[in-house]
Design a protein around this ligand. Structure first.
Ligand code: G4P
Length: 526
């Protein structure tokens, strides 16, 4: 197969949802279709139910041993589909944001009872920033949910995207009859069905009495009315608009009953994008370019203390990645080769000889990688679009065992390279501030510092609510601002100055009073 053919058969995406909406269940059903797993229950949920560190560590340990769940690959209709897993817990949202930089599209799962939940909004904001194409799956139709028109309105209002239903439910909850495909003009009848993959689909003209016979007079009338209203209110579905991230096609179903999943998957295969061109600091790189490039979007620690190595997840963006070949690490300006890169199947990993754009390969790493690092065949470029966002909780890292300060230093550097948290160093006194999006990470860092690096720490809360990256066209003005604000200025891991604002109000005042200084809400501002 030629490289162009390899590229065009790849689909790399993530499933995102608020916890409990059904992401794990849907993932599993998709894998069943692809034959990547044989039985339901094979995909382990990475949910942290109790929000306890021990629980998290246990899960991480399991995942550390079987990192296979981070990327799940299966073949379907001649396509090679890569699902990138995202953590369910909100405290690990940063990890999800970064994974979203490595996909070409997403499927968003919504619980029809709960509608749009908080975390969904935040995840979608990240997708909107990058114009990532989105397909929406409204799940749990076997439950008494909200009116589907209200759900669509809510999606448009809260997620800042236009929607276009492609299927439509006939009733919900205990009286759920099935979904009607507005395009194929077929009706898929609902069956409680946890294992079979075939659906009970019938071509149907909804304007004929066959509909009454099938679903009863009341539901037949309702479906006709709804279908007419949809055609009147929503524009016809247009693939290009979807690919531009401006409209999201919507499907209804019930993942746990494996219902509506096949239509979703088939449409995904028909419309979702192939590996797309990506921006670097120098130029846009096309997947079909001959030379290999790729970037690291995730680093997974090996929590087995006997094996300190980590696994860097590399998204291939162009050319062919080959095992054993030297590649250029552009940040370190150094050539590295990987003798045992591996790929992922649902429940195993195996050494790969080559990989193509869209693929993710796992690389054993002994500490050379940071999130966002780029590998090339020599060209000096850096992939962009992998920004850090302001953390929400800030704490000072205090060394609790002065005999182990070297270990603490190394540990916190490595953990923040992995992207577990962000590290800021105050310009005054060299104090280290750690920023995260959730409390849980502080416990995780403390635990890992102790167990992996033999260092002890404690935390002191900081009165900081937001971090803003600073630049200015006038270097003098920036230096002066940094000097004046002394205590509120820190450097991030790359040495960029950051303003640590105590409150939104203080931030606003500073933005207002310092027109020559630019305040950036993400770390990427070139
Ligand atoms: P997540 O990864 O998004 O967090 O969600 P997950 O798939 O784990 O699903 C959350 C819960 O919702 C699970 O129940 C799952 O069985 C259920 N669920 C998924 N799809 C449907 C559906 O279409 N209809 C209904 N009624 N429920 C659905 P649980 O009780 O948390 O777990 P389990 O004991 O059933 O595994």
């Amino acid at each position: 197969m030629s490289t162009t053919q390899e590229i065009s058969r790849r689909r790399t995406f993530a499933i995102i949802s608020h916890p409990d909406a059904g992401k794990t269940t849907l993932t599993e059903k998709l894998l069943l279709f692809g034959g990547a797993i044989q039985t339901a229950g094979a995909v382990k949920s990475n949910k942290i139910k109790k929000s306890a560190t021990s629980d998290f560590m246990e899960i991480e340990k399991q995942r550390g041993i079987s990192v296979a769940t981070s990327v799940m690959t299966f073949e379907y209709r001649d396509l090679k589909i890569n699902i990138l897993d995202t953590p369910g817990h909100k405290d690990f949202a940063e990890d999800t944001y970064r994974t979203l930089t490595a996909v070409d599209s997403v499927i968003l799962v919504i619980d029809c009872v709960k509608g749009v939940e908080e975390q969904t909004e935040r995840l979608m904001e990240v997708c909107r920033m990058r114009d990532t194409p989105v397909i929406i799956f409204i799940n749990k139709l076997d439950r008494e949910g909200q009116n589907p028109f209200d759900l669509l309105d809510e999606l448009e209002a809260k997620l800042n995207i236009k929607v276009r239903p492609l299927t439509w439910p006939v009733n919900m909850g205990s009286d759920f009859k099935g979904v009607y495909s507005l395009y194929d003009k077929t009706m898929n009848f609902f069956r409680v069905n946890k294992t079979k993959v075939e659906d009970d689909i019938l071509e149907i003209d909804i304007n004929t009495p066959v509909l009454e016979q099938k679903v009863g007079a009341r539901d037949a009338e309702q479906l006709r009315e709804d279908a007419e209203l949809i055609e009147g209110v929503y524009d016809p579905f247009d693939r290009q608009t979807y690919l531009e991230g401006k409209v999201a096609p919507v499907f209804f179903g019930s993942a746990v009953n494996n219902f509506g999943v096949k239509e979703l998957l088939d449409t995904f295969c028909d419309i979702s994008p192939e590996p797309i061109a990506r921006a670097t600091d120098k130029r846009v790189v096309l997947p079909e370019e001959a030379k290999f490039t790729g970037f690291v979007f995730k680093i997974h620690a090996n929590l087995d203390p006997r094996h300190r190595d980590r696994i860097a997840f590399l998204r291939i963006c162009s050319g062919t990645f080959e095992r054993g070949k030297f590649y250029h690490h552009t940040r370190l300006d150094k050539d590295i080769r990987f003798s045992s890169p591996f790929s992922f199947m649902a429940d195993s990993k195996s050494i790969v000889e080559e990989g193509f754009p869209g693929d993710v390969v796992g690389l054993y790493d002994t500490g050379s990688f940071k999130i966002g690092d780029t590998l090339t065949e020599g060209e000096d470029l850096q992939y962009t679009g992998i920004p850090s966002f302001s953390p929400e909780i800030f704490k000072e890292l205090i060394n609790a065992d002065p005999m182990k300060s070297k270990q603490l230093e190394k540990g916190i550097q490595q953990l923040t390279d992995e992207g577990v948290a962000q590290l800021f160093t105050l310009i005054s006194g060299n104090r280290k501030i750690v920023g995260t999006v959730g409390e849980l990470q502080f416990d995780v860092i403390q635990y890992r510092l102790e167990h992996e690096y033999g260092a002890k720490c404690r935390w002191v809360s900081m009165p900081v609510s937001k971090a803003c990256w600073l630049t200015s066209d006038d270097k003098k003005k920036l230096d002066e601002f940094i000097r004046l604000k002394g205590l509120a200025i820190a450097y991030d891991k790359d040495g960029n100055p950051v303003f640590l604002a105590e409150s939104d109000w203080i931030l606003r005042m500073n933005i207002q009073n310092n027109p020559d200084i630019k305040f950036h809400f993400t770390s990427e501002f070139k």
